[in-house]
Design a protein. Structure first.
Length: 664
C-alpha cells in the first residue's frame, strides 16, 4: 500500500448533518437519507444507462425523445442521449414561465447597494425571445459562435439563453480579461458577434468595457456586429455606426415570444476557455443535453435546491461556476438565481450577508478566497445579520482549509447549515465530488464522496495502475464518462485526447493529486501540472511566461505558484533581463513594467505578486528550466532541493535563494 504523504489531513471526524436541517426544511429534502444516496449511486455506476435514461426523461423537457442513452456503452469519448432533440433555453425559461410567469427568475443586486431589480420568468422569456430575434437578424445561425463580454447583470443571463435559444454557441469571456485575451478567444472561436456593455461597475469603480472590446476588435476581422448594453450611459463611450447596435434599441423591435430552435443532444451548447499546461488557452466544448442534465441534477441534489429557493452563487459568469450555478442549474430547476454585480468588500465586508438577508437567500455558494478575506475582516461584519434563511453553504474552486470551513459553519451557518465542498473543473461541467446537503456526513477539508455517475480512481502516477482500497494517494482520475464531461477542445480533438485520456490510458485525468482516506472520503491535493490557482482563478504559468516575454527587455523567465494566505496561491516570476548592468532604480522600474505587461496581456488578476530579477535561471544540462527548484525555494524548502550538482549552472540556485530570502 503506498504511503499517505498527507495523512495528517485525513484524520478528521465526520460531522453528521444536523437534525435541525431536516426538521426546519421548508418542503421535503430531496433524498430521505444517506442509504438512499448509496442505492442511487450504486445504480448510477452499475447501470448508467438505466439511471440516466430514467432521470433525463423525468427532469428535462425533450422536443424529441432520445433513442440511445449512452453510446458506446463503455469507455470514453461517449455521447449521451443520442438522437434526442432539446433546447436549453426552453428548459431554463419557458417551462417555468408557462406555469408561473410572475415568479422571480433573477434577483439582480447591482454594484451600488439599493440598486438592482427583479426579473420574473415571464419577463425573462420575453427578453430572451426578443434578443434571439435580434441575433437572428444580425445573421447568427444555428451552430455559430457568439462572444459574450459582460459583467454580472441580468442581460448577461438573457444573452446566454438567447444564444442557445437559436441553437448558437456562446463563448463567454470573463470581463476581467484584457483586450489581448479577448481578441484571442474571439478569433479562436470565430465569433462573428460580440455582446458587451458601455462600461461596467465593480467595487464602486467604472471599467471601460466597450473600449476594451474595441481594442480587441482591431485584430478580429471577422466580427460583424457588437451589441451594446447601456449600463452606465456614459456619453463618451465610443460607438461605431454600422457595426455597433444598442441592446435597448434593438429588443423592442421584436415580439416577446419566439419559439426555441430544436438542437441535437450532442450539439455544442458553449465554449469556455480555460488554462492548461501550455500557453494557449483551451476552448472547452460542452454539449447540450448532458451538460444541462448534470447542471440541474447537481444543483438539486448537492445543494438541495427546490423551486421555492433563492440560490446565490457569488461567482462570475465568465467562469464555469457562473455558467453552471448562476445560470443553467438554478434556472433549469426553476428556482430564483441571484446575480450580484459587485464585490464582497464594497461598500464594506457585510455585502454578502446584507444580500442574504435582503432576498432571504437559501443557498450560498462561494470560493474560499472570499471566505478567507471575510474571516480576516472580522466577525463584527456578520453579527448583526439574521442569516436564518440560509440552509446550505457551498465552497468551490480551491481547497477550503479546516479553520475556514469551521468559521463558515459556525459564523455564517450558525451550526445549522450544511457545507458542500464541491470539487470539479471547467472540463467536468458540474460537481464530481461533493457531499449532498443534509445527507452526506461532512469532513472539513474533504470534498467527500462522488456525485451520481462519477466513478473516481486514485492512480499511481508512476505505474499508471489504479490504487484500490482506502488509504491511498496518487493522481485523481475518473473511470467512465458522465453526461456533462467535455466532449472536445474546440478545433483540437487531439489535444483533448492528449490532455485528458492519454496520460493514464483508460481514465479521464483531472490534473489534480488526490487521496482516499480510511472512510473512503476523497481529498483533493492540488494540481500536479503547471496550473496555479489564484483566488479561485485558474491560470497557466506558461501563459504568464509568454506574456512576460512580450516585454522587449526580457531574456527569459519562469513563473511558478507559491502559497498565499489570502489568495490560496500567488504568482511569482523569476526574470532574467537582457541587460545585466541596471541600477536599483532601473530594476524596480523594470519590475513594475513586467507586472503591467501581464495585466495588459492577460488581465489584472494574473499579475505576479512577486517579480524577482535574477541573472540566470537554474537549468538542466539539456537546457530545461528547473521550476521545481524555484517552487521549493519559495516554499522555504531550500534544504530539500536534492542534488543540484547535475545542473548546468548550480550557482544560479544560490543567487535565487538569496534573492527570495531578501524579500522575506
Ligand atoms: O485544482 C482543482 C481546483 O480547481 C481546478 C479547476 O479549476 P476550474 O476549471 O477553473 O474550475 C473551478 C470551479 C469548479 C481543479 O483542477 N478545485 C476546484 N474545486 C476544488 C478544487 N480544489 C480543491 N477543492 C475543491 N473543492
Amino acid at each position: 500500500m503506498p504511503q499517505l504523504e498527507n495523512e495528517h489531513l485525513m484524520h478528521v471526524n465526520q460531522i453528521e448533518p444536523t437534525s435541525e436541517y431536516q426538521k426546519n426544511h421548508p418542503s421535503s429534502p430531496i433524498l430521505k437519507n444517506f442509504e438512499e444516496y448509496k442505492t442511487l449511486y450504486n445504480e448510477s455506476i452499475e447501470n448508467p444507462t438505466e439511471f440516466y435514461g430514467r432521470i433525463a426523461r423525468k427532469e428535462l423537457d425533450w422536443i424529441k425523445d432520445f433513442d440511445v442513452t449512452k453510446y458506446p456503452l463503455t469507455g470514453f469519448n461517449t455521447s449521451w442521449f443520442l438522437n434526442g432533440e432539446i433546447n436549453a433555453s426552453y428548459n431554463c425559461v419557458d417551462r417555468h414561465a408557462f406555469k408561473n410567469p410572475d415568479k422571480p427568475a433573477i434577483v439582480y443586486e447591482a454594484d451600488e447597494p439599493g440598486e438592482g431589480r427583479i426579473v420574473t420568468y415571464g419577463e425573462l422569456l420575453a427578453e430572451v425571445s426578443q434578443l434571439a430575434q435580434v441575433l437572428t437578424e444580425l445573421g447568427v445561425k444555428k451552430g455559430d459562435t457568439v462572444a459574450v463580454y459582460l459583467p454580472m447583470i441580468p442581460e448577461a443571463i438573457a444573452t446566454i439563453l438567447a444564444i442557445v435559444r437559436i441553437g448558437a454557441v456562446h463563448s463567454v469571456v470573463f470581463a476581467g480579461f484584457s483586450s489581448g485575451s479577448l481578441r484571442d478567444r474571439i478569433n479562436d472561436a470565430d465569433s462573428r458577434v460580440v455582446i458587451t456593455t458601455d462600461e461596467s461597475k465593480r467595487g464602486g469603480k467604472s471599467i471601460e468595457t466597450k473600449k476594451i472590446v474595441d481594442e480587441a476588435l482591431k485584430e478580429c476581422p471577422n466580427v460583424r456586429n457588437v451589441i451594446v448594453v447601456k449600463r452606465t450611459g456614459n456619453k463618451s463611450v465610443p460607438f461605431i455606426e454600422g457595426r455597433d447596435v444598442w441592446y435597448h434599441e434593438e429588443l423592442p423591435k421584436y415580439k416577446t415570444y419566439t419559439p426555441p430552435v430544436p438542437v441535437n443532444s450532442e450539439d455544442t451548447l458553449f465554449l469556455l476557455y480555460t488554462s492548461g499546461s501550455t500557453g494557449k488557452p483551451k476552448g472547452i466544448q460542452h454539449t447540450t443535453a448532458g451538460y444541462l442534465l448534470n447542471a440541474l441534477l447537481t444543483t438539486k441534489y448537492t445543494f438541495d435546491v427546490n423551486q421555492q429557493d433563492v440560490f446565490f452563487t457569488a461567482g462570475d459568469i465568465g467562469w464555469i461556476t457562473g455558467h453552471t450555478y448562476v445560470v443553467y442549474g438554478p434556472l433549469a430547476v426553476g428556482a430564483t438565481t441571484v446575480v450580484f454585480e459587485g464585490t464582497p468588500a464594497y461598500p464594506n465586508f457585510s455585502r454578502y450577508w446584507e444580500i442574504v438577508d435582503k432576498y432571504k437567500v437559501t443557498q450560498f455558494y462561494v470560493a474560499p478566497t472570499a471566505l478567507r478575506l471575510l474571516k480576516r475582516a472580522g466577525d463584527h461584519f456578520i453579527e448583526k445579520y439574521d442569516l436564518s434563511s440560509l440552509r446550505v453553504l457551498g465552497s468551490v474552486g480551491e481547497p477550503i482549509a479546516a479553520e475556514v470551513w469551521e468559521w463558515y459553519y459556525e459564523k455564517i451557518g450558525r451550526g445549522r447549515c450544511t457545507i458542500q465542498d464541491t470539487y470539479w473543473q471547467t472540463e467536468n461541467g458540474s460537481h464530481l465530488i461533493a457531499p449532498l446537503a443534509g445527507i452526506t456526513p461532512m469532513k472539513p477539508g474533504s470534498a467527500s464522496l462522488p456525485f451520481f455517475g462519477i466513478n473516481p480512481a486514485i492512480v499511481d502516477p508512476v505505474s499508471g495502475q489504479e490504487l484500490k482500497g482506502n488509504n491511498v494517494e496518487g493522481v485523481l482520475c475518473i473511470k467512465a464518462s458522465w453526461p456533462s464531461m467535455t466532449r472536445s477542445i474546440w478545433k483540437d480533438y487531439s489535444r483533448y485526447l492528449d490532455t485528458y485520456f492519454n496520460p493514464y490510458p483508460g481514465y479521464f485525468f483531472t490534473g489534480d493529486g488526490g487521496a482516499r482516506d480510511s472512510d473512503g472520503f476523497y481529498w483533493v491535493l492540488g494540481r500536479v501540472d503547471d496550473v496555479v490557482n489564484v483566488s479561485g482563478h485558474r491560470l497557466s504559468t506558461a501563459e504568464i511566461e509568454a506574456a512576460i516575454l512580450e516585454n522587449p527587455n526580457v531574456a527569459e523567465n519562469a513563473v511558478v505558484g507559491f502559497a498565499d494566505e489570502l489568495t490560496g496561491q500567488a504568482v511569482a516570476a523569476f526574470v532574467s533581463l537582457k541587460r545585466k548592468d541596471l541600477s536599483e532604480d532601473q530594476i524596480s522600474l523594470a519590475k513594475k513594467e513586467l507586472t503591467q505587461t501581464v495585466r495588459k496581456e492577460i488581465g489584472p488578476f494574473a499579475a505576479p505578486k512577486l517579480v524577482l530579477i535574477v541573472d540566470d535561471l537554474p537549468k538542466t544540462r539539456s537546457g530545461k528550466i528547473m521550476r521545481r527548484i524555484l517552487r521549493k525555494v519559495l516554499a522555504h524548502e531550500e534544504d530539500q532541493l536534492g542534488d543540484i550538482s547535475t545542473l548546468s549552472n548550480p550557482e544560479a540556485v544560490t543567487q535565487i535563494i538569496s534573492s527570495v530570502q531578501a524579500t522575506r
